[in-house]
Design a binder for this molecule. Structure first.
Ligand SMILES: [Ca+2]
Ligand SMILES: [Ca+2]
Length: 391
């Protein structure tokens, strides 16, 4: 940093305030100040309220979802396999999966179940697809999961495509989430490491999209009247969205891998522009400055950000009872940050609450309906692990 930023000044004031005589009440956490921005020290696992139980191994696992009504989970492996893991039996390969463009950051992406899974068996998947002339783009498909001795996908149908496909295999995002009412599918679409598409209304890159479950565009989308892929857009100015999660009040949160020092968690609102690449509280990896959010208040600012970066992987809402102190939190994996981050939701605000040092890159976070927390670690020998509360 060449010049002291307004944030550094705020941080200085906050430190000065800390050395003042103690008051009876802790200062409220402020999302515009230190609580929102700076480094978050990690707690050793020995001091965490859980132990970590290793359950299974996968090859470059990327995403998972528990299968309702079973003791099983679907796990995507980036090179193109879909696994059906069973708590009480051997893991199965699921047949009928699409061909994925494995390379760079791409391959198999997210997997979620449809709101009507109990009757339809429908699952949604995202993956990277090759186009002409070395171009690539993410797609989203839906299919029926047939379980049993030879599990398979039936009737796989692509319902959404990144437009345009571009050269390069970075920043697909392709994270998926259904609204709590089950009426809308939200898709995180990365800016494909091309910066400007995040502000281009003729591209659906660097955006969060809102569709009907069949892929059609809801008539009340904020840009519906403009047609084309513009009509899909719910919010814009995003970079590489690697987590989407609804909380108990129906608010949608996203995390995104920022540039250097600019990883963000945002409260996602219709029509909002989150400012990338015009503003970021981080800067480009080559050292080039990106003006910070306070310089352009017309862009929606992150609720929290991390400098140094933690490189987010996965995002889940915690509303369970197994860890009463965690009720109404967001849990986020950290890749370079090698741990698990907990954020406490406070209305429209968010506070950094815990960060545990796993010494492992965490790619995915999932909460089971019994309130247990499960993680996928990243890489060729990725592990499915379960957090077990300490007595
Ligand atoms: Ca998941
Ligand atoms: Ca900046």
């Amino acid at each position: 940093m060449k010049n002291p930023s307004p944030l550094a000044l705020i941080a200085g004031l906050a430190i000065a305030a800390c050395s003042a005589p103690a008051t009876t009440e802790a200062a409220p956490a402020d999302t515009a100040g230190l609580d929102a921005s700076g480094a978050q020290p990690a707690t050793p696992l020995a001091d965490a309220p859980f132990t970590v139980q290793e359950i299974a191994s996968f090859d470059e696992p990327w995403a998972m979802t528990f299968v309702p009504g079973t003791r099983a989970a679907l796990v995507t492996e980036r090179s193109g396999k879909l696994k059906l893991w069973h708590e009480d039996g051997p893991t199965q390969d699921v047949a009928g999966v699409p061909t994925v463009a494995y390379g760079g950051q791409g391959g198999f992406g997210d997997v979620i179940v449809a709101p009507d899974f109990a009757t339809s068996g429908t699952v949604y998947l995202s993956w990277a697809e090759a186009g002409p002339d070395r171009t690539y783009g993410a797609v989203v498909g839906k299919a029926k999961l047939v379980q049993g001795a030879a599990p398979r996908l039936e009737g796989l149908q692509i319902i959404w495509t990144q437009v345009p496909k571009v050269v390069g295999q970075g920043h697909y995002s392709h994270r998926l989430a259904f609204s709590p009412d089950g009426k809308y599918l939200f898709i995180g679409s990365g800016e494909r490491q091309k910066f400007d598409p995040a502000q281009d209304m003729k591209a659906n890159l660097g955006k969060i999209l809102r569709l009907h479950p069949d892929g059609s565009v809801p008539a009340d989308n904020p840009f519906a009247s403009e047609g084309g892929v513009t009509a899909q857009i719910w919010s814009l100015g995003h970079r590489n969205i690697l987590g989407l999660a609804f909380d108990a009040t129906g608010k949608l949160w996203n995390q995104e891998m920022g540039p250097k020092g600019g990883d963000e968690v945002n409260l996602v609102e219709a029509k909002a522009n989150y400012g990338y690449p015009i503003v970021s509280n981080g800067d480009h990896y080559d050292g080039k400055d990106i003006p910070d959010h306070p310089t352009r208040p017309e862009f929606a600012a992150p609720k929290l950000w991390w400098n140094p970066s933690v490189s987010p992987g996965g995002l889940a809402f915690y509303g369970g009872d197994l860890y009463p102190g965690w009720k109404n939190s967001l849990l986020m994996g950290a890749l370079s940050g090698a741990g698990l981050v907990r954020m406490a939701i406070d209305g429209d605000r968010l506070h950094k609450a815990d960060r545990w040092d796993f010494r492992e890159r965490i790619r995915e976070v999932e909460v089971r309906d019994d309130g247990s927390v499960w993680l996928l670690t990243d890489g060729e020998d990725g592990k499915l692990v379960k957090l077990v509360p300490k007595k």
